[in-house]
Design a protein around this ligand. Structure first.
Ligand code: HEC
Ligand code: HEC
Length: 313
């Protein structure tokens, strides 16, 4: 069963392990309490980062707002009551497994709504991609979420501080199968192009919780916290690799107990591999992982050794 599950999580595209679809309670506004604020990013000096924490002190909030606003001020900094935009019911009833075309149309629907100013995006400079050893400059994001009973849809509109134009990316979670299935695409002028490996290296277990690089580099911190909670509450899901972009040989998953008790085949989150070393280094160094406690020095050393180990051929 474990082998079958692993196969299901990695390789299935259409069809797959189509248990009865289940409907999740979808209305995030039903959670009564406001989401807890996202903890500000501060390196804990574990020595796990490949580059020192990036100094963004010259990058002001004014500059951030000015650059973020180049997407169109009608599209961002919206007033909202519900952080997740409700989509109309799915046109086909009794669905068990969305088709590729249905997934793509959800992606385009999200983009259309964003472009028309009908989304509720939070805007930030994201910690993980900004700190990255290759980027090292502000990565500007607008993230919005949509849902109905069959899908959770996410849109990311993104550029680095030095890029001219904005790029569009989407994740669709098909909730009609168990586990849910996550589709990833870049939305090009010709439409969505499904992607695999290039997204999996950070998105090991579906959409990523939101982590601004600095507390003031976010438009609408309360909204960011709500969206992050919505993301953290997501159902257990599997990454869908499209046929033209199959998974690489990722080797054995990480088994360090202090991570794998949650990140494993049977945990809350999917297993971690060395290919995920970038988000691992950052989320642990900035004290976000594990949630609720700091690693002991000997655990940091074990993690570092694992990250640096060359996998057996
Ligand atoms: C370098 C790591 C990295 C890679 C590679 C990456 N992402 Fe992300 N992505 C992130 C982070 C980090 C966030 C949350 C950003 C924030 O905190 O503002 C994010 C957010 C998103 C979101 C918004 C929902 C969410 O997860 O918060 C979408 C949609 C998305 N990414 C799509 C993609 C797609 C599609 C690909 C592949 C083409 C991809 N990403 C590749 C790091 C990455
Ligand atoms: C108590 C359970 C728990 C433990 C222990 C834990 N994590 Fe997580 N981890 C989570 C949850 C829940 C998320 C998603 C929500 C979030 O990011 O805040 C997450 C997210 C992540 C992510 C982003 C990809 C994803 O699954 O969303 C990485 C990378 C990560 N953790 C690494 C680690 C590492 C490395 C360790 C060990 C040092 C660790 N975690 C320990 C629960 C845990």
């Amino acid at each position: 069963m474990a082998a079958l599950k692993a196969f299901g999580r990695r390789l299935t595209w259409a069809g797959g392990i189509g248990f009865l679809g289940f409907l999740l309670a979808q209305d995030p506004s039903s959670s009564l309490k406001p989401a807890p604020a996202i903890a500000p990013a501060a390196s804990t000096g574990t020595g796990l980062l490949l580059e020192p924490p990036l100094d963004l002190s010259a990058y002001t909030r004014e500059k951030f707002i000015e650059m973020s606003s180049t997407i169109g001020t009608n599209r961002i900094a919206k007033k909202w009551t519900k952080p997740v935009v409700a989509l109309p019911p799915h046109p086909r009833t009794g669905v068990s497994g969305l088709t590729e075309d249905e997934v793509k149309s959800y992606m385009m629907e999200a983009r259309g709504r964003f472009d028309r100013g009908e989304a509720v995006p939070m805007s930030d400079v994201g910690l993980i991609s900004t700190q990255e050893d290759v980027i090292r400059q502000p990565m500007l994001n607008h993230i919005s979420a949509f849902s109905n009973s069959v899908a959770r849809v996410y849109l990311l509109v993104q550029k680095t501080a030095s890029d001219q134009g904005w790029s569009y990316f989407s994740i669709v979670q098909d909730l009609t199968v168990t586990p849910a299935r996550d589709y990833y695409a870049e939305l090009k002028s010709t439409g969505p192009k499904f992607e695999g490996k290039s997204c999996y290296k950070c998105h090991s277990s579906g959409p990523l919780a939101i982590h601004p690089a600095r507390e003031d580099l976010v438009i609408d911190a309360a909204l960011a916290a709500e969206l992050s909670r919505h993301i953290a509450d997501q159902p257990r899901s599997e990454f869908v690799f499209p046929p033209h972009d199959p998974p690489a040989e990722y080797g054995e998953p990480m088994t360090l107990k202090f991570c794998a008790k949650c990140h494993s085949e049977d945990g809350d989150r999917d297993a971690l591999h060395r290919v995920h070393s970038h988000p691992i280094r950052i989320l642990v160094d900035f004290g976000y992982m594990p949630p609720n406690r700091r690693l002991k020095p000997e655990e940091v050393a074990e993690l570092k050794a694992w990250l640096e180990q060359t996998p057996k051929p």
